[in-house]
Design a binder for this molecule. Structure first.
Ligand SMILES: [Zn+2]
Length: 286
C-alpha cells in the first residue's frame, strides 16, 4: 500500500506527471471479438452429457471435450466458485489468469476468452453467456467474475492468523485434481493455479488499492456458460466463503452447492475454428 505520509517530497511538476492520460496496455483490436450468435444458435437441441454437483467447501473436476459447452449454475443459495482449467492431455497447459486480465480487464463476461499459460497462450474457453451481465460495475468499483483474486488458500490463512484450515479452494482443488488424475496430493497441488472467481463480487478500494469483496449478487438460477475451445478438464471449488459477504477460509459462512453441466451441441457453431498453437517460435533471440 502507498504510505499515508510519503518520505519524498513531490517534484514541482508532480501534477503534470500525474495528469498524463493512460493508454491501454494490450489493445485488443487485433483480437477479433467473437460473434456470439453462432454459439447461441448451437445451443438449440443440445444434449446434456454429464453433470457434477459440487458440494459446499469441496471441489470437483469435470471433463469437457472441445466443441462442447459447460454451464456453472447457482442452486439453492448465493455461492461463489473458484474455477481452474487444464488442457485434458497436458496438465502443464492451464488457465492464465494474469494474461486474461491484461487482455480482457479485471472482470470477465460473455465474449471474453480464458487463455492458457505460456508458452501455449491460446484460447481454452469462450464465455458464451452470463446471466449477471446486467451488473456491470457498481458504485464501489466492484463487479462479478474477477480474474484479480487468486484463490483462498491455507498458507495465506496461516500467515495472517495461524491455524490449519483444510477447505480453502486451494485445498479443495488439490484433492479434486488428485482424485481426477490419480496423483498424490503434493503433486496435484502444483497443478492448482489462479482462478476465475465465478459469481464473486470484487474490486479494488479506491483509497488504498486493497482487494475487496462484497456479497455476491448471484441468485439460484444464475449461470455462467462456456464453450470449450480445446479438450478441457475443469476444476470448480464451492468456496468456503459462500457468497463472500464477510469471511472465507473458515466453516462460518453459509455455503451452497454449485452445479456444473456439460452439453454436446447438435453441430459446431458456424465459423468456429479450433485454436492453433501460439505462433511465437520460442527461439527467444538465440
Ligand atoms: Zn475460496
Amino acid at each position: 500500500m502507498k504510505p499515508d505520509t510519503p518520505l519524498h517530497n513531490a517534484p514541482t511538476d508532480a501534477a503534470a506527471r500525474k495528469a498524463v492520460t493512460p493508454v491501454i496496455c494490450y489493445p485488443t483490436d487485433g483480437l477479433a471479438r467473437p460473434d456470439l450468435a453462432p454459439f447461441h444458435a448451437a445451443r438449440a437441441g443440445w444434449r446434456k452429457v454429464s453433470e457434477a454437483l459440487v458440494p459446499p467447501r469441496e471441489a470437483r473436476c469435470f471433463d469437457v471435450p472441445a466443441g462442447h459447452f459447460f454451464r456453472i449454475t447457482s442452486v439453492q443459495g448465493p455461492q461463489v466458485g473458484d474455477l481452474n482449467l487444464w488442457a485434458a492431455q497436458d496438465l502443464s497447459e492451464r488457465f492464465f489468469s494474469g494474461k486474461t486480465r491484461a487482455l480482457h480487464g479485471t472482470h470477465l463476461s460473455a465474449g471474453d476468452r480464458m487463455w492458457s499459460c505460456l508458452p501455449y497462450l491460446r484460447p481454452m474457453a469462450l464465455i458464451t453467456d452470463d446471466s449477471l451481465d446486467w451488473y456491470g460495475f457498481d458504485a464501489f468499483g466492484g463487479s462479478v467474475h474477477d480474474v484479480i483474486g487468486t484463490r483462498c488458500d491455507p498458507y495465506t490463512h496461516n500467515l495472517l492468523g495461524g491455524g490449519q484450515y483444510h477447505h480453502c479452494c486451494h485445498s479443495n482443488l488439490t484433492r479434486a485434481v488428485a482424485d481426477r488424475f490419480g496423483l498424490p496430493l503434493h503433486a496435484a497441488e502444483f497443478a492448482v493455479h489462479d482462478v476465475l472467481n465465478v459469481f464473486m463480487c470484487t474490486g479494488f478500494a479506491r483509497e488504498t488499492g486493497q482487494y475487496f469483496m462484497k456479497a455476491s449478487p448471484v441468485r439460484p438460477g444464475d449461470y455462467l456458460e462456456f464453450f470449450a475451445e480445446i479438450d478441457l478438464v475443469g476444476g470448480l471449488s464451492a468456496c468456503p466463503g459462500g457468497d463472500c459477504s464477510t469471511l472465507h477460509s473458515s466453516d462460518q459462512a453459509a455455503c451452497h452447492p454449485l452445479l456444473v453441466e456439460v452439453f454436446a451441441p447438435l453441430s459446431l457453431p458456424a465459423g468456429w475454428v479450433a485454436p492453433q498453437a501460439n505462433g511465437y517460435n520460442r527461439s527467444h533471440g538465440r
